[in-house]
Design a protein around this ligand. Structure first.
Ligand SMILES: [Zn+2]
Length: 230
């Protein structure tokens, strides 16, 4: 499987898998892989080639482009609201539930979980506390496509999550999304919020489009595209 491995800082890597990004965070005692890829099926091997420390996996959510190598882990952290979506994928493994306010400590590196439902019911972001970085998963993107079509998406919850995220705005300086630009300025949260409200309340018009034979609407807001049922 081909992918690009890029070291961001001394103890942090991003692995680019054909438009989807996963992260490896290393502390003094443990390492954490955030998501396991789309086409990749060997994310664990890649991570253990970069660190000798005990490795765990956390999934930001259970969409198929984020769980490619989950078979390589017997257990993984995931929000419990993702379980139905995860089981639909047919992938194995035991979910270790993780929720809003929970923390993981990798050794001198504290991570805090923020629940951001909307894109999926159990989407979570990871706040890398000392480094002041938010690893957002899919809810935050710049120049990307945020998928809001399908039965497990909820635009109202998404807007509420963006408002919730603003409560943490003094705790991070940049955002690392799973898709498109990296890093992203926290200013994008307000832009996404305003765009999502415009879509929800019908104050902008979408263009009919098709995605894998599903009829959808694309909203080009200048900074991202939202897709949803209408
Ligand atoms: Zn995704």
């Amino acid at each position: 499987m081909s992918c690009e491995i890029i070291q961001i800082h001394e103890n942090t890597w991003r692995i680019e898998d054909d438009g989807v990004r996963i992260f490896l965070l290393v502390g003094t005692k443990k390492a954490l892989l955030i998501d396991s890829g789309m086409n990749l099926n060997n994310a664990r091997d890649i991570a253990t080639g970069l660190t000798d420390l005990p490795l765990s996996l956390l999934n930001t959510h259970a969409d198929r482009d984020h769980i490619g190598s989950n078979e390589q882990f017997d257990t993984f952290f995931m929000h419990p609201a993702e379980e139905p979506l995860y089981r639909c994928s047919g992938k194995p493994g035991t979910i270790i539930p993780i929720q809003e306010g929970d923390t993981l400590n990798l050794g001198d590196r504290e991570l805090r979980i923020i629940h951001l439902p909307g894109h999926t019911p159990g989407s979570i972001a990871v706040l890398d506390v000392q480094n002041r970085v938010l690893i957002s998963g899919d809810p935050i993107q710049e120049h990307g496509r945020i998928f809001m079509f399908g039965h497990h998406r909820n635009m109202k919850d998404y807007i509420t999550s963006l408002e919730h995220l603003k409560d943490f705005a003094d705790q991070f300086d940049e955002i690392w999304p799973s898709h498109a630009d990296i890093p992203v300025s926290p200013d994008v949260i307000q832009k996404l919020h305003d765009g999502a409200q415009a879509v929800l309340y019908g104050t902008i018009q979408g263009k009919p489009a098709e995605f894998f034979r599903q009829k959808i609407f694309a909203y080009d807001l200048g900074f991202c595209i939202l897709l949803c049922d209408r």
